[in-house]
Design a binder for this molecule. Structure first.
Ligand code: SF4
Length: 340
């Protein structure tokens, strides 16, 4: 079980920023996983920085969802966004990003798992919390005779090996077919496997548990296939425009609407912050949705909807612009038992 000491909340950095800007009120924004520490952080800041603290309790899953408008509304002088790397966007309220890097030492654990599983060549990946550890994990794995690849180059995932739920460019490498993911939960590990076609072994640094994601990804591929097949029969589509700051793609939604019309379907533009099934109870007649906001909404939340929910790439299959095989690099095609 993680504690506050497992993360670097950079309290001194926040205090300096508060003093430098002569701030009287700050708005704090945490992703779900760091919310348990929100009141501790708020009380530390109120005491040490002598600033009024308001904490945003709206859901937040990424730096694509900065509470800029909310900071403006509560008249905060600074928004402090925890748990994500800086996002390339302009804000009206000055925004301080605190990545909350993990303070755990993981290299020894990673080497044990890699040797036990017989991994010989791998690509290292992690979420923002553990990226600072990746260079030392790489060195320890290499000292144990394992070939390790660590890539950087993405604007939205700036640290070597970092992945987001919608950006896996740092693991797109031809050098190895196995990704060793350091981090908890399924979300990122499943995403890597689904969108790159590579085998993913995940190591949860909190529990020490190692998992092969292949069975989970196969189940999700079946779900995606079912959503696409059902959407092919639908006549009336909703095209969802996300209202979160980094998820608003109006031109894309308009293009999808036109393409659906050209394919003989009806389509309606819908705008919302949280894409949840409850919002569709009173909206009759829509038979399928295309989400132009976060691409993971369709995949993670799709099964909760009574109608098919598709990503942008999946709707391209429905209207015949792509085929299913191009969509998700198939895990099935990879040789079983490969360690590469
Ligand atoms: S768009 Fe979705 S996956 Fe990408 S950063 Fe935002 S919440 Fe995460």
């Amino acid at each position: 079980m993680a504690t506050m000491e497992d993360f670097d909340f950079e309290i001194e950095k926040i205090i300096s920023e508060v003093k430098a800007r002569n701030a009287r009120r700050v708005l704090l924004q945490f992703p779900e996983g760091l919310l348990p520490y929100a009141t501790n952080v708020a009380s530390l800041l109120e005491e040490k920085a002598e600033v009024e603290v308001v904490t945003s309790l709206d859901p937040c899953w990424g730096a694509c969802d900065l509470a800029d408008y909310e900071a403006l509304t509560v008249k905060a002088d600074i928004l402090v966004h925890f748990g994500h790397a800086p996002w390339p966007s302009k804000t009206k309220v000055p925004t301080l990003f605190v990545e909350c890097f993990s303070t755990r030492e993981i290299a020894g654990q990673a080497v044990k798992v890699a040797l036990r599983l017989g991994l010989k060549r791998l690509i290292l990946a992690s979420t923002i919390q553990h990226v600072r550890e990746l260079p030392s994990i790489k060195k320890s794995l290499e000292d144990a005779g394992i070939s390790v690849f660590l890539k950087s180059g993405s604007r939205s995932a700036p640290y070597p090996g970092q992945v987001l739920g919608c950006d896996f460019s740092n693991v797109h490498l031809p050098n190895a077919s196995t990704v060793f993911f350091i981090g908890g939960g399924f979300f990122h590990a499943v995403g890597i496997a689904l969108f790159t076609g590579k085998r993913v072994i995940s190591l949860d640094p909190c529990t020490g548990e190692a998992r092969d994601m292949t069975p989970h990804v196969k189940r999700i591929l079946l779900e995606r296939y079912a959503h696409i097949s059902r959407a092919k029969a639908a006549k009336k589509f909703g095209v969802v425009i996300g209202l979160k700051s980094g998820q608003t793609h109006i031109d894309v939604a308009k293009r999808i609407k036109e393409e659906l019309h050209a394919s003989g379907k009806e389509a309606y533009l819908l705008a919302m912050r949280e894409v949840s099934p409850e919002r569709f109870i009173n909206l009759k007649g829509i038979e399928a949705l295309v989400v132009t906001a976060c691409p993971r909404i369709a995949i993670e939340d799709g099964p909760r909807f009574p109608i098919p929910v598709l990503t942008l790439d999946e709707i391209a299959v429905v209207i015949g612009r792509k085929n299913w095989v191009e969509l998700y690099p198939s895990l099935v095609e990879r040789g079983e038992g490969e360690n590469g």
